[in-house]
Design a protein around this ligand. Structure first.
Ligand code: NAD
Length: 443
């Protein structure tokens, strides 16, 4: 069994840590935020992610949490799992990665530094040179990008579709591959630059599928087709597959938005205009705002004085992560329109929304007296939203289903005006008291 040191106790670092501990390795996780380390030492996971608390509890004797960088000195592997957020220019901010490289302690044996953070192509070569400059030429370097999805992170780690290992030296690649052997996953071995690009390209492709189906949804609305059926029919084609073909109000999260910007910027820094990716990003931004048009179609051009409830704030269900969540953009747009904005989420922190949004602890309270309820995140709790109780409680029974969670016919039968994304729009859905239809209607 090996000794694994990890920099960063966030989603990637902690999941990597508890999973390697579950595989029998001794793991030391180092972070720079004292509250995180204290919480973890006390057995508390500082974010919501299925299975992590159980694995933490089960493998306590193999897991150490520390603020002191010297505690990782005896590791055979050093995983970098720090955040790489976007800078104002859209480039990835690698300052935390460089801090780790600068802070590496005197190592006791021959270790391999493994980059799990998502970084621009060329980073590994720069880090390799930086390590050599620091006199750490004996330290191996491997790019091993992470593909886990929040909400499913432990399963994604333990049953990966593939493990990508990019290395300068075959020996280093072999050592990292041996760590993953028990997972019996296909291993893609390549050079460091290609490993870095695999991560960026995979994310860009997933985002492209989302923006593609969202544009198809918008055309469905204009032409009377139903995107849910269209996606089913398209996705059964074995050449295409069903994944990432769910129309909605756009992607968010800590990865897609920043990684798409970083790849676009990487291309542009190298003199190439990545046209398709630019369109994917723009479509996603517009998609979030289409909810406003849908609300106006029912409530009139003036949203001032209307109460709109946002249901679900996290960028997706089964996580409390609100980074780049569409709920933030929607809340800001609605406040700018003068609407009274309310919000509910079972776990995400509503304080991360712009000031002026009223946060509620239950769906029932949040929709009482509202003119519209918008499903922003497809939490299972919202499946029963179109109930007689909700209808009676709302000032105006309008549901805008930004995730196509509900059955439109059931919602209509329950007496709601219902608007999904890319679903057939019914003239009868527009409530009689609607003052004026918006331009959106003609789109
Ligand atoms: N979250 C995901 O779903 C996901 C999936 C795949 C890849 N990634 C990539 O993995 C990386 C980490 O993502 P995340 O979501 O885990 O980030 P995160 O923000 O949740 O966690 C990063 C952690 O690193 C810590 N940190 C910063 N500087 C440090 C240092 N010098 N030493 C030790 N710890 C330090 C931070 O305090 C934080 O706890 C990013 O590059 C991200 O793009 C994320």
């Amino acid at each position: 069994m090996s000794r694994v040191g990890i920099f960063g106790a966030g989603w990637v670092g902690l999941v990597t840590g508890v999973c390697f501990a579950e595989l029998g390795h001794d793991v030391v996780i180092r972070d720079v935020v004292p509250e995180k380390i204290e919480a973890l030492r006390a057995g508390r996971v500082p974010f919501v992610e299925d299975d992590v608390p159980e694995l933490l509890e089960k493998n306590r004797e193999r897991l150490t949490f520390t603020l002191d960088v010297r505690d990782v000195a005896a590791s055979d592997f050093l995983f970098i799992c720090v955040d790489t957020p976007p800078t104002h220019s859209g480039d990835a901010d690698l300052s935390r990665v460089w801090t780790v490289v600068d802070e590496l302690p005197e190592l006791e044996g021959r270790s391999v530094l493994v980059m799990k953070s998502t970084v621009p192509v060329g980073t590994g070569e720069k880090v390799r040179a930086g390590l050599n400059d620091r006199g750490l030429g004996q330290l191996g370097y491997v790019s091993n990008p992470e593909f886990l999805a929040e909400g499913n992170a432990v399963r994604d780690f333990m049953q990966p579709d593939r493990v990508v290992i990019g290395a300068f030296e075959a020996d280093d690649a072999g050592q990292v591959a041996s760590l993953y052997e028990p997972l019996e996953a296909p291993i893609v071995r390549c050079d460091v630059n290609s490993a870095e690009m695999i991560k960026l390209a995979a994310n860009a492709f997933l985002m492209t599928r989302i923006s593609f189906i969202n544009e198809i949804a918008n055309v469905c609305e204009a032409t009377g087709a139903d995107v849910v059926k269209v996606a089913e029919g398209v996705g059964l084609d074995h050449r295409l597959g069903p994944h990432f073909l769910r129309a909605g109000i756009g992607y968010g999260g800590s990865c897609f938005p920043k990684d798409s910007l970083a790849l676009k910027q990487l291309a542009s820094n190298s003199g190439y205009h990545f046209q398709l990716l630019s369109a994917v990003i723009e479509v996603n931004e517009l998609q979030k705002r289409r909810v406003i048009g849908k609300l106006k179609r029912h409530l009139g051009q003036q949203l001032a004085g209307k109460t709109v409830t946002l249901l679900g704030l996290a960028f997706k269900p089964q996580t409390d992560d609100m980074r780049e969540a569409p709920s933030i953009v929607l809340a800001a747009r609605l406040l700018a329109e003068g609407a009274d904005v309310r919000a509910w989420d079972p776990v995400a922190d509503g304080e991360k929304l712009p000031k002026g949004v009223e946060i509620f602890g239950s769906v029932a309270e949040a929709v009482r007296g509202a003119h519209a309820a918008v499903i922003v995140t497809e939490w299972p709790e919202l499946r029963g939203l179109a109930s007689p109780e909700t209808r009676a409680a709302m000032a105006n029974p309008l549901i805008v289903d930004g995730r196509n969670l509900l059955d439109p016919e059931e919602a209509r039968r329950a007496g709601f005006a219902y608007e999904g994304i890319g679903r057939r729009v019914r003239e009868t859905d527009v409530l009689p008291e609607t003052p004026e239809p918006s331009v959106e209607r003609a789109v």
